[in-house]
Design a protein around this ligand. Structure first.
Ligand SMILES: [Zn+2]
Ligand SMILES: [Zn+2]
Length: 240
């Protein structure tokens, strides 16, 4: 959109920050004000190899963060864009619970300015964590698929979205479960989409909106791994 048109539209329909609600005047983003923009905590290297959580300060000892200690990942590596707190959390909530697809353009801006993240998602098949059909009907869309499409749009089409997984068991929301319960809850929830053939040496990257305990992503990775995938990574937008 041209600057002039955008400025004209702002007069008629002022945009509000998805986090604090203030009118947005000068900001790098369309849906975060300049103050809340500062609130975003990017997950930059050095970071946990499994989930991308940044090691603030000196790195001593094993390169695994407290979130991943019990995970035993089936995948090789994980990366995340920012900490899912404050303004970062608001962006993801608008997408997931309020059909705020407009925030994807701000997330895209963040991705295109994070070189380590861009490089990570290049030349791969991005596999969204699927929703159960009942959940998909309720929500109307799969946020992980929307995120995967946005990510592919940053890679000059070197990567593609592939819906290789189905969710065959309707799992209750994980938010009130502890780590072990989460692992059990999703253990057999996923399966390969019928007639899927995986390319053994190809890079597959599982995509989800948030990395919490990694149980869901790991359960998905196990299905791809058992079907012959040898190069598996995971990527998320938020961590927390
Ligand atoms: Zn704000
Ligand atoms: Zn970790």
């Amino acid at each position: 959109m041209g600057c002039f048109i955008k400025a004209a539209l702002d007069l008629v329909f002022p945009r509000n920050c998805v986090h604090c609600g203030d009118t947005i005047e000068s900001s790098s983003y369309d849906f975060l004000c300049s103050e809340c923009e500062q609130d975003i905590l990017p997950c930059l290297p050095p970071a946990c190899k499994t989930c991308g959580f940044p090691f603030f300060g000196a790195v001593i000892g094993p390169k695994v963060c407290p979130h991943c200690i019990d995970l035993d990942p089936v995948f090789d590596q994980g990366k995340t864009l920012f900490i899912a707190k404050g303004a970062g959390r608001s962006l993801l909530h608008h997408l997931k619970y309020q059909q705020g697809f407009y925030v994807l353009q701000d997330l895209r801006k963040m991705v295109t300015t994070s070189r380590h993240y861009l490089k990570y998602i290049d030349r791969a098949s991005l596999v969204p964590v699927p929703l159960h059909p009942t959940k998909l009907r309720e929500r109307g869309f799969n946020q992980s698929e929307r995120i995967a499409e946005m990510l592919v749009s940053t890679t000059d089409e070197n990567s593609q979205v592939e819906n290789l997984l189905i969710r065959q068991i309707y799992t209750q929301t994980q938010t009130r479960l502890n780590r072990l319960e989460r692992h059990q809850n999703v253990k057999n929830a996923f399966a390969l989409t019928p007639n899927t053939v995986l390319i053994p040496d190809h890079q597959y990257i599982l995509v989800d909106d948030v990395f919490t305990t990694g149980s869901t992503l790991n359960a998905c990775a196990r299905v791809l791994h058992d079907a012959g995938a040898t190069r598996l990574k995971v990527v998320t937008i938020g961590h927390g």
